[in-house]
Design a binder for this molecule. Sequence first.
Ligand code: SF4
Ligand code: SF4
Length: 322
Amino acid sequence: MTGFSIIRRTRLEILQANLGYRCNQRCIHCHVNAGPERTEMMDRATIDQVIAFLDSSDLRQLDLTGGAPEMNPHFKHLVRSAREMGLHVIDRCNLTVLEEPGMEGTEEFLADQGVEIVASLPCYLKENVDYQRGNGVFEASIRVLRKLNQLGYGQKDSGLLLNLVYNPLGPFLPPLQILLEEAYRREMGERYSIVFNRLYTFTNMPIHRFETVLTSRGERLIYMKLLQEAHREENLNAVMCRKLISADYRGYVYDCDFNQALGLHLQMEGRPRVHLSELTGIDLKGNPVPLLEHCYACTAGQGSSCTGVLSKAPNSKSQINL
Ligand code: SF4
Ligand code: SF4
């Protein structure tokens, strides 16, 4: 029982493609249980189905995620193809992957293609980042951010967007995005001479690895209560599942990446599951999106989506507690 009203899709604008669950990191909040041991990766045939779908649609954006999407051997082929079609392409990058063997030149490729980078950095303090994402992650992230800045990313008028992502270290809501962005800009500038465009705050999704951590600490029910009590109905107008679909590494389609992680397929005409190749020419406008308990992570407080908050801060005088 969630108490949510039904919501329906608006015009489809964004395809979020999950290129596989392999990742060089194994973060404690990861909602897809990604890690170095995962083998699921989108193959070339499915990548070509993604390209064919994009070619037949009037979508404006391709959003690449994973795992670490850059680890997919067909990543560059997909990016080039989407850019040739004039799509805006986003790479959801964990930064450290760009220092892995075989990734040489990927930063330059992203800059040449004008790909927007959305990079996870849950704090400007080393100990907090390494706690959530693993030892050594903070220093590697700083090195990669400096290189991206040198290539023009985050620099005024370069056209190369570098947006950072904060998510809480524990079972609480993010601070106000507008205040935290100010603090990040100041601290990243003064401590490390790093610039960026925007900071997005994400609410941790109580599923998979983060749910396991909460359960093991006896904090799951407390967190769910927090999310439900902070629910704001107006956030339902802007949740990302209204205008985005998510495709998994096999090309099956979901209302969002979280539903993908939970195996909750997009519902259409009573079919148990829908493949991207079956959506050519189909208008999903008006299609219902079933909302479940985990959806409170999208509607609590300022709301949460893949581009940060959904509604204005109720009061900008709140404290920042990282
Ligand atoms: S949160 Fe991102 S960087 Fe961390 S394990 Fe999951 S996919 Fe990898
Ligand atoms: S978790 Fe729920 S509310 Fe959030 S995007 Fe997915 S379906 Fe929509």
